[in-house]
Design a protein around this ligand. Structure first.
Ligand SMILES: Cc1cc2nc3c(=O)[nH]c(=O)nc-3n(C[C@H](O)[C@H](O)[C@H](O)COP(=O)(O)O)c2cc1C
Length: 405
């Protein structure tokens, strides 16, 4: 059952959060067993009521009821849209309808057209400029265009005097943290892996925009006392921590000794190669994380992407299948190539029955994304003693090239 939180944070600010434990495949792609939260905020000024983002359409009725406990929806004077992705904007249609479309929607210039295209509505709209300041009912707002965190229309809003940065998708994460704020270090430590997974899967392809936009905010010399994102924990104890974490993951800075072994295996040959590699890596003192796709289990692709981003090297193993790369690994390889910084050497192993092509194709895909492919070992059927020797040689080549060696 989705849980709803309505919490007054200060005289002017309330959080409205829904814990979505019903979603299974976020964006119809990412299997998130631990759910996600949608965070909306309500700012009440002297005679202005400002709604900051919303929830997913499926929770529009709950959102409306939760808002009605706090205000009369017809009194909302402004709606700030940081990001048009429907997990935030989907419920705004209902709220605007109940508001009689009186509220002025504030957002990036692209938002007006997206509102029309996504929801068929024409709203009273005011495009905010980059670095524009606007005072509403004693609340001093400043808007920043932060493109590609995570779409082109993404903005952030800074509430001057209060030091609050409403950051939209940025500085958010997957999962349903058992707290509202970052006050408890244990809560934060168990939440950060979900942040890593969120950054690498959702923003990974646009990762270079993380440092660019952070620099832009830092150049403004904002005094950030609280970061209020649209997903997950609110950062008030240590807002720098989430900024630094985002920068670290955007750069793909490896955890020392962390190596990922990813394989698919229909009949056990590639799995056997994976076991040989994992055993050797462990002998060499590495922390090995193995993900396999077999006839009895399937790995979680978002966990793979989340773990790949801060690994020091990757080993990818796949059979040749219909003269191509085995489909699950082809998909995973494509996601790695698009979303993960190429600062990790890769070793490719591949088994075939009569004519191997998967190893070469995988190496091409990774090289096209600027990864360094240390070696490709193609073998027929199960790895025999000779193949095993070649695999071990290529593992030591890989280790000698790993960035943290
Ligand atoms: C459906 C299917 C398609 C295959 N296609 C090819 C192929 O195009 N070329 C090839 O050399 N081997 C092909 N093979 C053979 C496998 O690549 C080979 O048996 C390999 O050792 C399987 O590795 P695994 O035991 O890890 O699944 C195919 C096997 C299956 C089951």
């Amino acid at each position: 059952m989705p849980k709803i939180h309505s919490k007054q944070i200060s005289k002017e600010l309330s959080l409205l959060r829904v814990d979505d434990d019903e979603v299974r495949y976020f964006e119809a792609l990412w299997e998130i067993e631990n759910g996600i939260t949608y965070n909306s905020y309500l700012l009440t000024g002297e005679d202005e009521v400002i709604l900051v983002d919303g929830w997913k359409r499926e929770y529009a009725d709950d959102f409306s009821e939760t808002l009605k406990d706090l205000i009369d929806i017809r009194d909302i004077t402004h709606v700030i849209v940081h990001h048009m992705e429907p997990d935030h904007s989907g419920s705004l249609v209902k709220i605007l309808e109940e508001n009689g479309f009186r509220a002025e929607v504030l957002g990036h210039p692209l938002v007006r057209g997206m509102m029309r295209a996504f929801y068929g509505i024409d709203v009273k709209f005011r495009a905010v400029k980059d670095c524009e300041r606007l005072s509403l009912g004693g609340l001093h707002l400043e808007f920043f265009h932060t493109p590609w965190l995570h779409w082109p229309e993404t903005i952030m809003t800074y509430l001057r005097g209060h030091g609050i940065l409403f950051s939209g998708d940025a500085f958010g994460g997957f999962s349903i943290p058992p707290a509202i704020f970052d006050d408890d270090d244990e809560v934060v430590s168990s939440y950060l892996p979900f942040v890593r997974e969120y950054i690498s899967t959702i923003i990974g392809s646009y990762r270079q925009h993380i440092p660019r936009n952070v620099k832009k905010l830092m150049d403004q010399r904002l005094e950030i006392r609280m970061i209020a994102p649209a997903h997950g924990l609110i950062w008030r104890k240590n807002p720098e921590r989430i900024i630094e974490y985002y920068l670290k993951i955007a750069d793909g800075i490896p955890e020392e000794g962390k190596v990922l072994v990813i394989y698919a295996s229909m009949y056990g040959s590639c799995e056997e190669a994976g076991n040989i590699v994992a055993e050797e890596l462990k002998k060499q003192g590495k922390r090995v994380i193995t993900y396999g796709f077999t006839d009895v289990r399937w790995a979680s692709i978002n966990k793979i992407i989340g773990d790949a981003v801060d690994s020091e090297s990757l080993i990818i193993i796949a059979p040749t299948y219909e003269n191509a790369v085995f489909p699950t690994i082809s998909h995973v390889a494509d996601l790695i190539a698009r979303k993960i910084p190429p600062n990790k050497p890769i070793l490719v192993l591949s088994s075939h029955g009569w004519a191997g092509v998967a190893g070469k194709k995988l190496a091409e895909r990774f090289r096209s994304a600027n990864f360094s492919v240390i070696d490709v070992v193609e073998f027929k059927g199960k790895p025999d003693e000779d193949v095993k020797k070649r695999i071990l040689e290529s593992v030591s080549k890989l280790l000698s090239q790993s960035s943290t060696n």
